[in-house]
Ligand binder design. Structure first.
Ligand code: ADP
Ligand code: MG
Length: 592
């Protein structure tokens, strides 16, 4: 009954582990070029790697016989016996990458060694040798992978949008480029040069990938002991991001993921950054090759340390020392930062009533719609007191109304973010920020792709410097931005510029806006039905920030009307509450 699977089927199965998406091929091909001791490596990608991934290197190449042999399963020049597994200094060693790639794509290899006058060209399709001939070519290797998953349509369908796949490719490219700062790397996508990284020191390499702004943000770390050497940089706490941004761990110049090391760094940052922020770091660990096991994961992104505890302790102490030594005192106000997550509010900004279409027949309030205009908190408080006294005299049981019945008399605002108001059956707390954001979000969604979308030319275009990968993502999303009223363009090599924005607000934190949009594109997010909603959410966030100020009662009334005309005023698109009620029973309980 048992039959051995034909080699091409076995290869296809194995290929699934190694090559999950175009970026996996990018990683394997770049690593082969590094292992070939190249000093210059070019990556060329078309259509997010779905049509082409090509790596050209100037390394030691392969002779005619190896050029064919390298596609065989378990073909490797890097180890000879199982003992070698614990003494690995090359990137590859499993001999699986090329056979996997050849199993699921069309490949063309051109290679020549320094000893040979001519090179070899090999063409493979689905692991079948199609062509092999002697050709003239430069020393080194060019490996082109075309039509990925041509014979596994199901896998092809699993691939994500070009934006997402390109982002994965850029991630892999950056990891290899960071690990090998002395190699000159370039990357082209659809004919555009995205990166040109000449040989440099580690710090320069980081700056050329993430932008010169990192120059003042990096704090060096360094520690050498008998078991290991740790060096690299952590990003100063005040530049911590609200999303897991730049977190890189390299062990013997291999990018790895390791939650224990990440924990050691996070703990070192405790008390320096709020719970909502993540530290950024570029950590390089050198250990003797016989103290780690690299062969525990097919993609080699996880490794086992002989003594993980020692590494943990060492990292914790050296990061702490550096933060102390460089006198990186916390400059954030954690109280406000952690509880409100908001940038400081500018003084003296003028407020215009929200220009949001609402159902004109909807009136969440009982008859009374008269609103007070109160500038002065004392006055508001006095009035609240009056109202409170007045309410107490009334018989509450008389008119018990349902949720959502707001008395529009007045609102007390707290920290410019929340307002408290009375309802007949208790108190209502409103998160103004979330309310504004949700209303704007719904409005933008309704106007998506509408040619008459209201947008505002900015008097002073806003420039934001970004990493090349993020710039690329912005450029690819340009059309989507435009359909929502954001006109955005690449500006020079490392920044983008926003020309118009779909709110009339005069102050937009362009960086926060771009970062928050890009961040949601980089991660799967189940809250949003359509990708463009991620941008709409980012715009709505900027809008909501700009609305946070001393709002007048009438404006809050207006806002509440808009809120209640939404399908679900209680929760935002992410399922977080916008309103919270404290009912009478709860209040009376407080005084028992
Ligand atoms: P591994 O890297 O694990 O050895 P691969 O399937 O990636 O396995 O590659 C198989 C072999 O092909 C390598 O061991 C190496 O000898 C050869 N090879 C692959 N890419 C290159 C390259 N760019 N330059 C020179 N030799 C290469
Ligand atoms: Mg390899």
């Amino acid at each position: 009954m048992i039959e051995l699977l034909p080699e091409n089927v076995a290869n296809q199965i194995a290929a699934g582990e190694v090559i999950q998406r175009p970026s996996s091929a990018v990683k394997e091909l770049l690593e082969n070029a590094v292992d070939a001791r190249s000093t210059k490596i070019q990556l060329i990608v078309k259509d997010a790697g779905k049509s082409l991934v090509q790596v050209i290197d100037n390394g030691f190449g392969m002779n005619e016989s190896d050029a064919e042999k390298c596609f065989k399963k378990h073909a490797t020049s890097k180890i000879k016996s199982a003992d070698d597994l614990f003494n690995i200094s090359s990137k590859g060693f499993r001999g699986e990458a090329l056979s996997s790639i050849a199993a699921i794509a069309h490949v063309e290899l051109k290679t020549r060694t320094p000893e040979d006058d001519t090179g070899t060209q090999v063409i493979m399709e689905g692991n079948k040798l199609i062509k092999k001939e002697t050709i003239a070519c430069p020393i080194g290797t060019s490996f082109a992978m075309k039509n990925l998953f041509f014979n596994v349509p199901a896998r092809r369908n699993f691939l994500k949008s070009d934006n997402v796949e390109t982002k994965h490719i850029i991630d892999e490219f950056q990891r290899v480029a960071m690990a090998h700062h002395d190699i000159h790397f370039t990357m082209h996508h659809n004919e555009h040069l995205l990166f040109d990284l000449p040989s440099a020191n580690r710090k320069q390499r980081i700056l050329s990938i993430f932008g010169k702004k990192y120059n003042e943000r990096l704090v060096p770390i360094e520690e050498t002991t008998s078991i290991s050497k740790i060096h690299g940089f952590v990003v100063k706490p005040e530049f911590a991001k609200r999303t897991r941004g730049e977190q890189f761990i390299f062990v013997n110049n291999r990018f790895i993921k390791n939650s224990s090391i990440n924990h050691a760094i996070t703990v070192s940052f405790k008390d320096l950054i709020s719970k909502e922020h993540f530290p950024s770091y570029f950590l390089f660990i050198e250990v003797p090759t016989n103290t780690i096991d690299v062969n525990i994961h097919p993609t080699k992104t996880e490794i086992k340390f002989e003594d993980e505890r020692a590494i943990y302790t060492m990292i914790k102490s050296c990061v702490r020392n550096s933060l102390g030594k460089y006198n990186v005192a916390p400059t954030l106000d954690f109280e406000t930062e952690s509880s409100f997550n908001l940038p400081p509010i500018e003084q003296g900004r003028t407020i215009t009533p929200p220009s949001i279409k609402v159902n004109p027949n909807y009136n969440p309030f009982h008859k009374e719609t008269k609103g007070y205009v109160e500038e002065n908190l004392d006055l508001i408080q006095q009035n609240f007191q009056k109202e409170f006294d007045h309410s107490n005299q009334n018989d509450y049981t008389e008119d018990f109304s349902s949720f959502g019945t707001v008395s529009p008399q007045h609102f007390i605002s707290y920290k410019n973010r929340y307002v408290v108001t009375t309802q007949e059956n208790g108190l209502l707390l409103i998160d103004l920020f979330r309310a504004h954001q949700q209303i704007k979000f719904e409005e933008l969604k309704a106007n998506y792709s509408n040619v008459n979308i209201i947008t505002q030319k900015l008097l002073h275009p806003l420039e934001v410097d970004l990493s090349s990968g993020d710039i690329q993502l912005c450029v690819e999303l340009k059309e989507e931005f435009l359909k929502l009223g954001v006109e955005i363009d690449q500006f020079g090599k490392d920044s983008v510029v926003i020309h118009s924005f779909p709110t009339t607000s005069t102050s937009i934190d362009a960086r926060a806006f771009i970062e928050s949009c890009l961040e949601s594109f980089k991660h799967e997010n189940t809250h949003f039905e359509h990708p463009y909603e991620k941008i709409a959410w980012g715009i709505a966030e900027s809008y909501a920030y700009s609305r946070l100020n001393k709002l007048k009662n009438e404006e809050i009334n207006h806002l509440m009307e808009s809120l209640y005309s939404l399908a679900s005023p209680k929760f935002n698109v992410k399922g977080l509450p916008i309103l919270s009620e404290i009912d009478e029973n709860e209040i009376s309980k407080m005084f028992k």
